[in-house]
Design a protein around this ligand. Structure first.
Ligand code: AVI
Length: 326
């Protein structure tokens, strides 16, 4: 008979489009001395997810290839550090090319695990789960529909709390949090773990300014399309054509000292949006992508109350998968 599709558990409790609309309005009217911004979440509607997927295939976007190299090279060892019977939860169902490397390794090691892909988009989950081979005997796959925070609550539910757990957070997605917020979030992850549980976090350590700028301002213009798509998403949520694509531009900027790339949108003429005046050339912040030097990584674990057990790197040693626990 036909194999059953992996099931998707809906664990959502409430983030609503109206919350994002409120955030858009609030972020366009910041406190004195702060620049206007838009929620990074705007980048991830269906079109945005597709554009991001395209970006991961670009040579300029070195992160994905670096992480694939790490996962391929160290899959056996990575799998060894996960106890049999574990719940393996991936924050952001992300890219199948990557997690499949790990799931295949669990299968080869004949180690039974339950894999849960957590994502906010149902269609994205369906796409991810469809691509998972249905011949696995040891790896069971599920989708979890919800936010990161809802995923953490789910991990703390009585039926999951006692099980061995491994949380995967790949793709250097941690980089999209301001550095202090990343530590705060990791603390919440740590609260869901027992001493025997682990967390595997992919972090970009690239310190090469040109390489970073090229990754976020690629020669095909894909990344700028991805950023500009956030405006279409905003229009959709606001229910009106507030942002007119034809006058909006993207600029990326890298600060070597802090290791942070930032993406801004700016109009080429004065505009009024939701009663807020935006001047020509005025920059609106929409995304940051933080890179972590060795010492910044140590500070991160310290601030999050985590210990690093091991780290696997690529050949260039500028991308790592860190294994951390309490
Ligand atoms: C999802 N995240 C880790 C990507 C990054 O590298 O910050 C999003 C992205 N933005 C531009 N290109 C890719």
């Amino acid at each position: 008979g036909e194999k059953e599709r992996p099931s998707i558990l809906d664990i959502r409790s409430g983030v609503l489009d109206t919350d994002i609309v409120d955030a858009i309005k609030a972020m366009l009217t910041p406190d004195e001395g702060q620049i206007k911004s838009l929620p990074t979440l705007l980048l991830y509607d269906e079109k945005g997810l597709q554009l991001f997927e395209d970006i991961t295939y670009l040579e300029d976007y070195y992160l994905t290839n670096a992480e694939i190299e790490v996962l391929q090279t160290h899959a056996e060892e990575i799998v060894k550090s996960v106890s049999p019977g574990s719940l393996v939860v991936e924050l952001g169902s992300g890219n199948l090319r990557k997690v499949k490397i790990i799931l295949d390794a669990f299968e080869r090691a004949e180690k039974p695990i339950k894999y849960y892909a957590l994502d906010l988009s149902k269609s994205e989950l369906e796409r991810t789960l469809l691509g998972i081979p249905d011949v696995y005997r040891f790896v069971e796959c599920f989708g979890l529909l919800g936010t990161y925070d809802e995923g953490l609550l789910w991990l703390q539910a009585p039926e999951n709390a006692e099980k061995r757990k491994c949380v995967f957070w790949l793709g250097s997605s941690i980089g999209n949090f301001p550095k202090e917020e990343a530590a705060v979030f990791l603390r919440k992850v740590a609260d869901c773990l027992t001493d025997d549980d682990i967390c595997m976090i992919g972090i970009d350590a690239c310190q090469d300014e040109q390489k970073v700028l090229q990754a976020y301002n690629d020669r095909h213009g894909k990344t700028h399309d991805f950023v500009r798509n956030g405006l279409d998403h905003a229009n959709h949520l606001l229910g009106k054509h507030a942002f007119d694509q034809s006058i909006w531009n993207v600029v990326g900027e890298y600060d070597q000292a802090s290791g942070r790339h930032q993406a801004f949108l700016y109009p080429s003429a004065d505009v009024r949006i939701e009663n807020v005046i935006i001047r020509a050339e005025e920059r609106i912040h929409i995304e940051e992508s933080n890179k972590y030097s060795a010492s910044q990584t140590r500070d991160l674990w310290q601030a999050a109350g985590l210990k690093r057990t091991s780290a696997y790197g690529n050949d260039l040693n500028d991308y790592h998968l860190h294994v951390v626990s309490k």
